[in-house]
Design a protein around this ligand. Structure first.
Ligand SMILES: O=C(O)c1cc(C(=O)O)c2c(n1)C(=O)C(=O)c1cc(C(=O)O)[nH]c1-2
Length: 251
């Protein structure tokens, strides 16, 4: 049997970018938010649940670094952790997300307690972190490439939310603004690693599947929020309106 011919660098990049068709920017929950159709509860639910993604991203990036023997790569990758955690005394992305939480009327302590984080969101985010722990550092690094499509989604919020949701304190928007340049820089580095590394047809197809896995993580988070905040079907809704679900099991 003849071997499949690998995609050229340009074709591979085009195939990665084509995955943008499945980005969560097209999820109805996300569309409702930027079209101004989301209720206060839906916006608050999204911010509270996305907080779990925010706090896990630096742990995901630390897992990639822990598996990476190349100091040059770590030198660049560590910036991602600093973006979210900040240096001591600085405001990082997690702090900026908490400010967004306050801007939409959520209590900081409630956000930090993670009591609003739905199990479906928790499982999806955990799948991403666990993948990064177990995969090779290159595959885990490449899985961040949904960020190719992130500047557009952050910009769409900056363009539409202040108009649609005058009740949101505009100081909350700093997170989205700072991610515009941070995501572009991340993508440059992540894309270079990815285009250099996957040079066989099989490995390129595997990488495209990994990117689909990551798209699934993001889409599934919004599915869980749709159930809870749009369809009024939070977990256990048929038996109780209490938030009885687990709040994370530390291992
Ligand atoms: O708001 C969004 O829609 C969105 C999506 C993504 C993404 O595509 O994974 C990230 C972010 N935001 C983000 O703010 C962020 O810091 C981030 C890091 C990563 C990653 O996989 O390492 N994705 C994303």
């Amino acid at each position: 049997m003849s071997e499949q011919i690998p995609l050229t660098r340009e074709q591979f990049e085009a195939a990665l970018r084509a995955k943008g068709d499945y980005y969560h920017i097209y999820h109805p929950y996300q569309v409702a938010m930027y079209e101004g159709r989301a209720s206060k509860e839906q916006i608050r639910g999204w911010v509270a649940n996305r907080y779990y993604y925010q706090v896990n991203i630096p742990m995901k990036d630390a897992a990639i670094m822990a598996n990476c023997p190349d100091s040059k790569i770590r030198q660049e990758w560590v910036q991602r952790i600093l973006d979210h955690d900040g240096l001591p005394g600085e405001t990082g992305g997690i702090e900026a997300w908490l400010a967004l939480g306050e801007a939409v009327g959520l209590d900081r302590a409630q956000l930090e307690s993670q009591e609003l984080v739905l199990p479906g969101v928790r499982f999806a985010v955990d799948a991403y972190v666990n993948f990064a722990r177990r995969a090779t550092w290159k595959e885990a690094a490449s899985s961040s490439l949904t960020e190719l499509f992130a500047p557009q989604i952050h910009q769409s919020r900056l363009d539409t939310w202040p108009k649609h949701y005058p009740w949101i304190d505009t100081r909350g928007y700093d997170y989205f603004r700072s991610r515009l340049s941070q995501a572009r820089r991340d993508v440059e580095h992540g894309l270079a690693i990815t285009l250099d590394h996957y040079t066989t047809y099989e490995s390129q197809q595997r990488m495209l599947e990994i990117l689909q896995f990551k798209l699934d993580v993001l889409w599934t988070m919004l599915d869980a929020m749709t159930m809870a905040y749009e369809l009024d079907r939070a977990p256990y809704h048929s038996v109780t309106d209490q938030r009885v679900w687990h709040k994370g099991i530390e291992l």
